[in-house]
Design a protein around this ligand. Structure first.
Ligand code: PLP
Length: 437
């Protein structure tokens, strides 16, 4: 073994400009509730729940205790052909949280795995029902569904897709962001429901008998907060149902209170066939993802398969005991502190606070829903993303963690945030916008 100095070279950082970071690094060493702390102890207010995931804030005592206890009790147990009781308990709790009739839970370890699992379940569903020609998957431009080959293919971020081969038989709907028409919308934009009708064109092109599923984020987070136009998701639901196409909501960001309800499906009153979750599922304390499936999808696969395994799919760490413990404890915290209702109650204060930034330098749009906001900046000529990254650095250096994607600042604080902390986020962001050319 070679002893090496602890330099920054060995860690190949994900979705990061490694060279830039290693020239000018910033570290998070500790976290509690609404704050991160740098190695020298400086507090950094978390305006982004880590990465849209620590919905109850950081290092919550009950969640820490549950993980600790389970690490000493059941460090690992396989879930192929045996089970551990709390995995079933968690699935039952989740079934109660998601819309009626969506009572079956398939465990994965991340959002990406949840998405790829959901796409495979959709294919398995049609095959089980004797409609095995239904193999095409429809995603949407600007969508982010993680980095597996399935999620990558239905996703719509050119930079993520360009360098990799894609699944065959994938098509995409248009995205629904239209700043020219809808800048500074509060909540749902009023324009854009008609874009769901594009699905009719895609059906006409490929044939409904060849299409397995449509997958969308009910609110796109990672590509810069795209709120669904009023009526859009309802229309997508109607068209998919009419053509026997499954509708998958990727709720990796939107579930567990982010929009003031357990799920976007609940908030928007649109019930898909499959929902993917991760992030807030465990308050991000231990990695976990899951697919919440309708009983109809589950029953079709079980009822129509021969003897033996019904779905040839699963992960060593499906329902890992530490993740299950973290999730059960997170659900307890969400429930005891009524955090989903808290987010709903804070939404109008949040909306006012973020829209009060209108007129600050560089801003060309502000959009919001739930405890989420997207603040779009004019890019520097010929240097997309550079201005927002400068804002990110300024905020961090002044005690605020934000998320930037392209030239969009995305805010999604823990649901425990106070009004004073909402004001602090906006003040620090305004100062950064003023300081950054
Ligand atoms: N789906 C959506 C909607 C996401 O926002 C993300 C991550 O941000 C993913 C999938 C991928 O999740 P993970 O990074 O846990 O694989």
């Amino acid at each position: 073994m070679t002893v090496r100095p602890n330099d920054l070279d060995a860690f190949w950082m994900p979705f990061t400009d490694n060279r830039a970071f290693k020239r000018d690094p910033r570290f998070l060493a500790r976290a509690k509730d609404m704050h991160y702390f740098t190695p020298d102890g400086t507090a950094v207010l978390d305006g982004t729940s880590g990465l849209w995931c620590s919905n109850a804030g950081h290092c919550r005592d009950a969640i820490v205790a549950a993980i600790r206890a389970e690490a000493a009790n059941l460090d690992f147990a396989p879930t192929f052909n045996v089970g551990h009781p709390r995995a079933f308990e968690l699935a039952t709790r989740l079934a109660g949280l998601f819309p009626e009739g969506m009572d079956r839970v398939f465990y994965a370890n991340s959002g990406s795995e949840a998405v790829d699992s959901a796409l495979k379940i959709a294919l398995a569903y049609h095959r089980a029902r004797g409609e095995g020609t239904r193999t095409k998957l429809i995603g949407r431009q600007r969508a982010y569904h993680g980095v597996g080959f399935g999620g990558l293919s239905v996703g719509g971020i050119p930079g993520n897709r360009r360098a990799f081969p894609q699944l065959p038989g994938v098509d995409h709907l248009s995205h629904t962001l239209n700043i020219e028409t809808c800048a500074y919308s509060r909540g749902h934009p009023v324009w854009g429901a008609h874009l769901a009708d594009e699905l009719e064109g895609i059906v006409a092109l490929h044939g409904a008998e060849n299409i397995a599923a449509v997958i969308v984020e009910p609110m796109s987070g990672s590509t810069g907060v795209i709120v669904p136009p009023r009526g859009y998701l309802e229309r997508l639901r109607e068209i998919t149902r009419r053509h026997g196409i499954l509708l998958i909501f990727d709720e990796v960001i939107t579930a567990f209170g982010r929009l003031g309800a357990a799920s976007a499906a609940e908030r928007f009153g649109v019930i898909p066939d499959l929902i993917t979750v991760a992030k807030g599922l465990t308050n991000a304390a231990v990695p976990m993802g899951a697919v919440i499936a309708s009983n109809a999808v589950y029953n079709a696969i079980l009822d129509n398969s021969g003897p033996g395994i019904e779905l040839f799919h699963g992960y060593t760490y499906s329902a890992h005991p530490l993740a299950v413990a973290a999730s059960l404890a997170s659900l307890d915290v969400y429930e005891k502190e009524s955090l989903f209702a808290r987010a709903a109650a804070l939404e109008s204060y949040w909306e006012e606070a973020v829209h009060a930034l209108k007129g600050r330098p560089h801003i060309i749009d502000i959009r919001n829903i739930g405890l989420v906001a997207g603040i779009e900046l004019a890019p520097r000529p010929g240097k997309p993303g550079e201005r927002a990254m400068a804002v990110f650095h300024h905020c961090f250096d002044h005690g605020l963690l934000i998320r930037v994607t392209g030239d969009i600042v995305a805010l999604s604080p823990p649901l425990i945030i106070s009004r004073a902390q909402i004001d602090e986020i906006m003040e620090k962001l305004a100062a950064a916008l003023a300081a950054v050319p």
